[in-house]
Design a binder for this molecule. Structure first.
Ligand SMILES: Cc1cc2nc3c(=O)[nH]c(=O)nc-3n(C[C@H](O)[C@H](O)[C@H](O)COP(=O)(O)O)c2cc1C
Length: 211
């Protein structure tokens, strides 16, 4: 009887360990966190446009790469001006930021204003800084490859609205940037601090903690 109970215990333990199964989602562009970048451009007449882009990242010290379908008004614009901006979408402007990912400037000429955005021209590149979004990368086009849809841009400046600073530093609790969850097509605010980069791992490195 005792032996049977022990066997049942072991089987129970195994069952518990086997709960670590995984579900596959296939070869898809699913990653956490995806940025919510709002790409600002001017057309040849100086009319501003904006679009939402989640499939992008920093690819060199002063370079961004974004995967952009060729049919966007945005692409038509930056091919003419050689410039664009990337503003970080934030929690206070979710509707406008999502809207510019649905409407196209090709059909809706006042898309930028409809999104609730106003523009100030960058002093460094021919592209609009979105006044309502605090953090902005001002970029010059390096190359747009229509084969693989990759836009590479040189970051010539990063500017941040003074209202998003605390003691001269960018304050994430004021910026309230959002990220995109591609598993569920939802936006989430970035905020809670859980550690220090190049810091939290030091205890493990020093052999003082396991994780
Ligand atoms: C959350 C989200 C992320 C998006 N990411 C991208 C992207 O990375 N690349 C892309 O080509 N389009 C992306 N889009 C679609 C464009 O934003 C959309 O087609 C937009 O209408 C293009 O605007 P435009 O024609 O005025 O430039 C995204 C849309 C949403 C809502």
């Amino acid at each position: 009887m005792l032996a049977i109970s022990r066997a049942e215990d072991i089987a129970g333990d195994r069952k518990e360990n086997n709960t670590m199964s995984r579900k596959s989602f296939g070869a898809k562009p699913l990653s956490y966190p995806q940025p919510v970048w709002i790409i600002g451009t001017y057309d040849e007449n100086g009319v501003p446009n904006a679009m939402n882009a989640a499939w992008g990242g920093i690819s060199e010290e002063n370079e961004v790469s974004v995967c952009l379908s060729v049919n966007h008004k945005t692409c038509e614009n930056f091919e003419k001006t050689g410039a664009f901006t990337i503003s970080m979408a934030d929690a206070d402007h979710v509707a406008g930021c999502d809207y510019v990912g649905m409407a196209t400037g090709t059909k809706t000429a006042d898309k930028f204003a409809r999104a609730g955005f106003t523009a100030t021209k960058s002093e460094l590149v021919n592209a609009p800084i979105i006044n309502e979004l605090a953090v902005c990368l001002e970029c010059r086009v390096i190359e747009y490859n229509k084969e693989n849809c990759i836009l590479r841009g040189e970051i010539v400046n990063v500017s941040v609205d003074e209202t998003a600073l605390t003691d001269g530093k960018v304050d994430v609790s004021k910026v309230k940037p959002i990220c995109f969850d591609p598993f569920n097509n939802t936006y989430h605010v970035v905020g809670e601090k859980v550690g220090d980069a190049w810091g939290s791992g030091r205890a493990i490195d020093n052999g003082q903690a396991k994780q």
